[in-house]
Design a protein around this ligand. Structure first.
Ligand code: NI
Length: 227
């Protein structure tokens, strides 16, 4: 399932992020890729160890942790601290699959990547190309979102970033280990949760059908979650 979540950051926050990122310490993205991925990766990444990277990453983690739609869609157990990249001058990232298992925090924490996330930080009018192209069971999808919007997609999917032929594309990207590893089961839970949320405003708090549906949601989650 691909899920788009709009306006995760406000325009003021995006400006602040872009301003901070402009004076960041950018490195060749190939340095942080595995041997196979490095040969197709042509972009730049912000060094993780700088104050700017830590501050922006922390800000995003806080926002995501309290974002109802993100939590409902991802059911996050662990989130890789958000990283930042930029593409320009024809920069692109050829077709690849993200690594299944990753370590962070100096190798102290291990994460299974269930979901990959890209948060767009550049207005789509400011650059050409740079679409995130994802191969799904329903064909190829091209994603290019407004600044502040993010897309969640299964880390198992083949994907690439098309060459940026004008301007630059700045994004944050990270991975989520979900309480529910299976994409199909997680999608069902998301649909059910969203349907319950949709019904809730029209019904009294103790509405019996709503209580039963909420029970079904939690009992499915209990069955499928690994903690
Ligand atoms: Ni990737």
């Amino acid at each position: 399932m691909l899920t788009v979540i709009e306006q995760v950051l406000t325009p003021a926050e995006i400006n602040e992020f872009r301003h901070q990122l402009q004076r960041g310490d950018w490195q060749d993205g190939a340095l942080s890729a595995g041997a196979r991925a490095a040969s197709v990766k042509h972009n730049q990444q912000l060094s993780d160890h700088t104050e700017v990277a830590r501050k922006l990453s922390h800000h995003l983690l806080q926002r995501l942790g309290s974002h109802p739609l993100f939590v409902s869609a991802a059911l996050p157990e662990r989130i890789y601290p958000p990283k930042f990249n930029r593409y320009r001058d024809g920069g692109h990232y050829g077709t690849h699959v993200d690594a299944a298992v990753m370590a962070f925090d100096e190798g102290r924490i291990t994460l299974r990547s269930d979901l990959s996330v890209t948060l767009f930080l550049t207005d789509p009018d400011d650059y050409d190309g740079g679409e995130l192209t994802i191969e799904t069971g329903f064909g190829t999808q091209q994603i290019k979102l407004a600044a502040g919007d993010l897309v969640l997609y299964p880390s198992s999917s083949l994907h690439r970033v098309e060459p940026v032929t004008r301007g630059e594309r700045v994004s944050s990207f990270f991975w989520v280990q979900s309480l529910v590893a299976d994409d199909g089961k997680r999608s069902l839970l998301f649909d059910l949760d969203q349907a319950i949320q949709g019904l809730t405003p029209d019904r009294p708090p103790q509405d019996p059908e709503l209580l039963r549906l909420t029970g079904v949601y939690h009992n499915l989650l209990r069955t499928w979650a690994s903690v």
